[in-house]
Design a protein around this ligand. Structure first.
Ligand code: UGA
Length: 448
């Protein structure tokens, strides 16, 4: 099919390249000239594994092109996907839908009758209802088809989504989307057909649920710490209950990124506008618990450094909000690094992919070219984004460059037993104290 993708940021660029891979002819509309020029050369303006190859392949094959012209888009596409961002508004917790509105109103005069406009952006419930009037007046039809891709796995999530939610108003729109996604449906992606409002709400509910799961385990981790229990063992045991499941029970410095934090806030805000704020007020606590994790790390670091971080040298491993991404929006790692710097610590940050985006966001921090370089003369190593390379750092080399062998694992992903055996003082959120570790007890015997 001939489709357009309006907005070629994270979501749009991935959708455009993946839909070309599924065999469709794709025209991407991107108004930022720098991004458009890069994309047109087959280059991805951000870090996403596998996307560069796909984009280059289909730019070369001619199945994927880019433009800034809505007139060209209207003439080209039978299906138009709206993929622009909906950031948090500066003055409130609500989502800024002005980019969505602008995309639809810019496209509307050029829409051919009978074509379909499909919203993929994450929006407050009721947005589709409002935009329907604009699209219908142009003789086209609206559908809402939220996106559930994760950064770092965006290509796989888009080529084989774990569900397709189709918010539609006619059998014709449903059929057009089923035809469009046929390869995914054939390969097993389940389809849920529903109304606009439910489709919009599925997306924010999914993110709110994930955020709640993370904050739940983080809240429990604080109790674990107070009680001498171990949150990693606890999460493993919880995860064996099929009703709970093991994923998103990773305790640590909490969630960040361009989606979970702003989506829970926008959900509370929208519920308030609908007169049901109390129903969603627990999400404020989810947000609070999440922010609290950052404080817990700052407190633990301060304690490890003898009561003050001033003038201490701290190596921060990780800047991205999660591994396999260069996204530093609302990144817990960078926020902690920034606070330590403000309190007078000498902070050296290393991230395998996010140095450039981090420097743009926090220009006053020092950035090192490797994990070891960041740790030279360090009094403390902070592990804040769980890139795999941090788990395989050579501890002998590291031990030789630091000033004090102290590590704080903010993601509960390092094998701290090994670090301790190499002479390091370790700390983690919600882990039992080393003296009580069963492995250690087995090693030294019950008498110890
Ligand atoms: C999230 C959702 O997972 C996607 O389904 C959704 O499509 C996307 O938002 C979106 O709205 O566009 P993403 O922001 O890429 O995807 O990242 P996640 O994998 O959800 O991780 C979010 C944050 O939670 C990260 O900071 C991560 O480190 C943290 N996290 C995740 C934990 O702290 N613990 C965990 O156990 C899991």
């Amino acid at each position: 099919m001939k489709i357009t993708v309006i907005g070629c940021g994270y979501l749009g660029a991935t959708h455009a390249a993946c839909m070309a891979e599924l065999g469709h002819d794709v025209l991407g509309v991107e108004i930022d000239p720098r991004k458009r020029a890069l994309l047109a050369q087959g280059q991805v303006p951000f870090h996403e594994p596998g996307l560069g190859e796909l984009l280059a392949k289909h730019v070369a094959s001619g199945r994927l092109r880019f433009t800034d012209s809505f007139a060209e888009a209207g003439a080209f596409g039978a299906l138009h996907f709206i993929c622009v961002g909906t950031p948090q508004r500066p003055e409130s917790l609500g989502a800024d839908v002005s980019y969505v509105d602008a995309a639809v109103t810019s496209l509307a005069p050029h829409l051919r009758p009978g074509t379909l406009v499909i919203g993929k952006s994450t929006v407050p419930v009721g947005t589709a209802e409002r935009l329907d009037a604009v699209v219908s007046a142009a003789g086209a039809e609206l559908a809402w088809n939220p996106e559930f891709l994760r950064e770092g796995f965006a290509v796989a999530d888009t080529l084989q989504p774990d569900r397709l939610v189709l918010g539609v108003r006619s059998a014709r729109a449903e059929q057009a989307l089923r035809d469009f996604y046929e390869p995914c449906i054939e390969a097993g992606s389940p389809v849920v057909v529903t109304d606009f409002a439910t489709a919009e709400l599925v997306k924010v509910s999914a993110n709110a649920f994930l955020a709640t799961k993370i904050s739940f385990i983080n809240a429990v981790s604080e109790v674990c710490e107070a009680a001498g229990a171990d949150v990693v063992d606890l999460a493993r045991a919880l995860g064996h209950d099929e009703r709970i499941g093991p994923r998103f029970l990773g305790a640590g410095i909490g969630f960040g990124g361009g989606c979970l934090p702003k989506d829970i806030r926008a959900f509370v805000h929208r519920a308030g506008e609908l007169g049901v704020e109390d129903a969603m007020s627990f999400l404020r606590q989810v947000d609070d618990v999440n922010q609290r994790q950052r404080q817990r790390v700052l407190q633990a670091a301060t304690t490890m450094l003898g009561g003050s971080v001033t003038r201490a040298k701290i190596a921060v491993w990780g800047a991205a909000f999660k591994p396999d991404s260069d996204d530093v929006r609302d990144s817990p790692a960078l926020s902690i690094a920034g606070k330590l710097h403000l309190r007078g610590a000498r902070v050296s940050v290393y991230d395998p992919a996010a140095a450039e985006t981090a420097r743009a966001a926090y220009p006053t921090l020092d950035y090192a070219p490797s994990a070891i370089a960041a740790a030279v003369d360090a009094d403390l190593v902070l592990h804040l984004t769980e890139w795999p390379e941090f788990r395989s750092v050579d501890l002998a080399t590291l031990g030789a460059v630091v000033r004090r062998k102290q590590v704080l694992d903010g993601r509960n992903k390092l094998d701290l037993e090994v670090w301790r055996d190499a002479g390091w003082t370790t700390r983690a959120l919600g882990r039992r104290t080393p003296a009580l570790s069963p492995a250690r007890l087995a090693l030294v015997g019950p008498a110890a």
